[in-house]
Design a protein around this ligand. Sequence first.
Ligand code: NAD
Ligand code: ZN
Length: 228
Amino acid sequence: MKIRVLTGAGISAESGIPTFRGKDGLWNKYDPTELATPEAFQKDPKLVWEWYDWRRQLIAKAEPNEGHKVLAQMEENFPDFWLVTQNVDGLHQRAGSKKVIELHGNIWKVRCIGCGKEDYDYRAPLPEIPPECDSCGGLLRPGVVWFGESLPVDALQRAYELSEDADVFIVVGTSAQVYPAAELPFVAKRRGAKLIEVNPEETPVTPYADVSIRESASTGLRKVLELL
Ligand code: NAD
Ligand code: ZN
């Protein structure tokens, strides 16, 4: 059985990491255009970095939750398993998942806007904001995908191929509003996959789901594991 999973911010909510949309979402409090766009970074790199540094500190203190762990277990139980995530927190990997495709980058990555050099920097808080490149002195930016930017081509290509080739497609904790990630469940469904959704709230995917579990990721995914 070929199992594919798409996760969003909701799966990390139970680890204490706020989502973007929905109840308690960050975008209710902050304006995304002032924090998560290339223009915002150009205008005020320090402000943008302060926000990312705050989120990095939250994530550093957080632990993977039961939802992340169930998915790591699923990977062990099923040889043909892949996890596609929109999350940037790296909690899937910390829970033990290895077959992970990151569509929106990783918050621990930094990339130089001068020379393009990329590195992981796990320090939180960072000693200096905004951080500078140790090769060229250029400004470093977070290695995440911002609004208005395109997704990493290889990761996206692979995510489409895997979605087209799924028997079961599980969508967890995503508001399914950010494209192209939001399209993947529909790609899978069109090719005949059974679509399972885990989300306490209704989303644009809900009407198309073969099974809709209106629960938190931890409870919902335990039920999915029993179903499979
Ligand atoms: P989103 O914030 O738009 O939606 C979150 C969804 O999770 C909502 O549908 C909500 O109902 C659901 N949810 C809330 N609590 C839940 C729980 N306990 N269990 C299951 N579902 C729950 O998130 P998204 O769809 O991933 O939005 C996309 C963008 O948000 C991505 O670009 C992603 O990079 C970014 N993001 C990532 C993180 C992270 O890495 N942890 C955090 C916030 C946002
Ligand atoms: Zn550089």
